[in-house]
Design a protein around this ligand. Structure first.
Ligand code: EPZ
Length: 479
């Protein structure tokens, strides 16, 4: 018999399948396979919704999970090594499950136990990734560099566009060609083959500091013959975390986190145990939740340096953020939120993955603000939903012009992508009355039990089946 640990309050009497139950099997490790049911991601047509009663202040401390965008790249990085690696602090997310399914399609044996993930990559019997899996997770395209370097050939479907943009991969492909791969794109599949027995080190200049292209090419160059220089590289903390993982496996990489990364290829890598860094975007989301509800909350573990751009903008809005310990941050609430302008940029600029959450905050900040999205061409879709909640936002090209309002009011809204769903949760926490959020498959891709963590901080939030149910608590909003 499998034992389950139930976290959260017991409210099974209302709706045993959906209400607050978060089941985390203990003792029984999860295994992944391309079609394994226990790893089957939540179907898009899942009707569960989040119900939020706003205007409740939060208090206490919240635990930040491992970084999604690090874990995904590092899971791909394990393909470079033919021994079993152990990753710890791995978040429980649908995207991680999907990457697990893709790796097992190549022949990787994965076992998960809580936040620990063991990946046995000793027997890769496949270099093709199935389209139906890649199309569900764009980041899975990043495996192409590692598979090509390890097996000498790779067939990876083009990931295609998504809610926030076209997501082209020409920088990945061009870089692999520069490393000596012969690449053909046919029928929506990128087929790459190494000329000779290994990729050859080379100088690569990226037209745009793409996170994914930097990660793909850094992984490919790790096993190449000779030196590779990636110029105009992405400097995101997740790129550094991937480089540190490869270094721990015996790679030779210098300069990760700067605009120039130098990789000297090595013939072979060895197994490691590696801990994923905390998720700076989840951390930033909680900082904004604290700010909009005028609450004093502490978040940990975090690497404060990774959040400088977001903290600077919170201070411009009038919200202080302090560090009581090296790995924590505390929000000091302010009752006067001021408008400010934000422009998303590659790291260390303001992260595009925090844009929607800050927009929600600026809707109730005094005066006008302009938010300019420069990284993705279609990442303002949350505007319409925030306006449904009483915000005053107009879009002009890639600019959103926000006029602060006194308050938001709860409404049924639809999440359109991962970070948009977080913005609607934040708006719901501040709104008068009840907000109902649909489209939770977006949220579950990138947030590990967001509603459970918020409830622990005192938020009135519940996931329901979408059927009409009576709330189990009486909302007493703060004035
Ligand atoms: C990573 O995506 C993150 N995803 C994204 O997080 C994040 O928004 C993005 O970096 C920027 O910080 C993961 O790490 C899994 P890019 P990635 O390549 O690598 C264009 C989230 O919410 N581009 O840096 O796909 C591209 O279209 C997600 O967690 C090309 O034109 O982003 C985009 O406009 C969303 N050609 C820009 O560059 C290419 O070959 C930035 O993309 C590659 C990219």
């Amino acid at each position: 018999m499998v034992k389950y640990r139930i976290s959260g309050t017991i409210e099974t009497k209302l709706n045993p399948n959906f209400y607050y139950l978060r089941l985390r099997p203990e003792d029984k490790p999860i295994t992944y396979s391309p079609s394994s049911t226990n790893a089957k991601p939540q179907p898009e047509e899942d009707n569960s919704v989040l119900e939020i009663y706003g205007k409740h202040s939060l208090k206490g401390q919240v635990k930040i999970s491992g970084a999604k965008n690090s874990a995904l790249a590092i899971m791909a990085g394990t393909l470079l090594c033919s021994e079993e690696c152990r990753l710890t602090n791995v978040p429980q997310l649908v995207d991680i499950q999907r990457m697990g399914q893709i790796l097992s399609a190549f022949g990787v044996k994965l076992q998960r136990q809580g936040e620990v993930l063991d990946l046995d990559t000793s027997n890769l019997h496949e270099s093709n990734a199935p389209y139906e899996l890649v199309s569900q997770l764009r980041a899975s395209f990043f495996v192409i560099g590692a598979v090509l370097a390890r097996l000498g050939t790779a067939r990876i479907p083009l990931p295609g566009g998504c809610a926030i943009g076209a997501r082209p991969v020409e920088l990945h492909v061009r870089g692999l060609q520069t490393l000596g791969a012969h690449v053909e794109i046919e029928h929506g599949v990128v087929h790459a083959v190494v000329k000779g027995d290994r990729l050859k080190g080379a100088k690569i200049y990226l037209d745009y500091p793409s996170v994914g292209a930097t990660e793909t090419l850094m992984m490919a160059a790790t096993l190449a013959d000779g030196e590779t220089i990636i110029d105009n590289a992405a400097q995101e903390p997740e790129v550094i975390d991937l480089a540190n993982f490869c270094l721990a496996m015996g790679a030779n990489i210098v300069g990760a986190g700067t605009k120039r990364i130098v990789i000297n290829g090595v013939p072979k890598l060895h197994a490691v145990d590696y801990a994923i860094i905390p998720d700076r975007i989840e951390a930033g989301t909680f900082l904004v939740a604290g700010a909009i509800t005028r609450s004093e909350i502490t978040i940990a573990p975090v690497i404060p340096e990774h959040l400088i751009a977001a903290i600077n903008k919170l201070q411009a809005i009038g919200v202080k953020v302090v560090s009581d310990t090296p790995d924590s941050l505390r929000v000091i609430p302010s009752y006067n939120l001021l408008g400010t302008d934000i422009e998303t940029q590659p790291y260390p600029g303001f992260p595009t993955d925090m844009q929607a959450q800050f927009m929600a905050l600026l809707t109730v900040s005094e005066g006008d603000s302009v938010v300019t999205e420069t990284v993705f061409e279609n990442r303002l879709r949350h505007v319409a939903e925030l306006n449904r909640m009483g915000a005053d936002i107009r879009v002009r090209g890639n600019n959103a012009i926000i006029r602060g309002v006194a308050h938001l009011s709860g409404a049924p809204v639809l999440a359109t992508d991962l970070r948009a769903s977080a913005a609607l949760v934040i708006a719901g926490l501040a709104a008068e009355g009840k907000t109902i959020i649909q489209g939770l498959h977006h949220l579950d891709r990138g947030y590990d039990n967001l509603e459970g963590k918020l409830r622990q901080l005192g938020a009135k939030i519940q996931r329901t089946s979408g059927e009409v149910v009576q709330p189990v608590f009486t909302p007493t909003p703060y004035s």
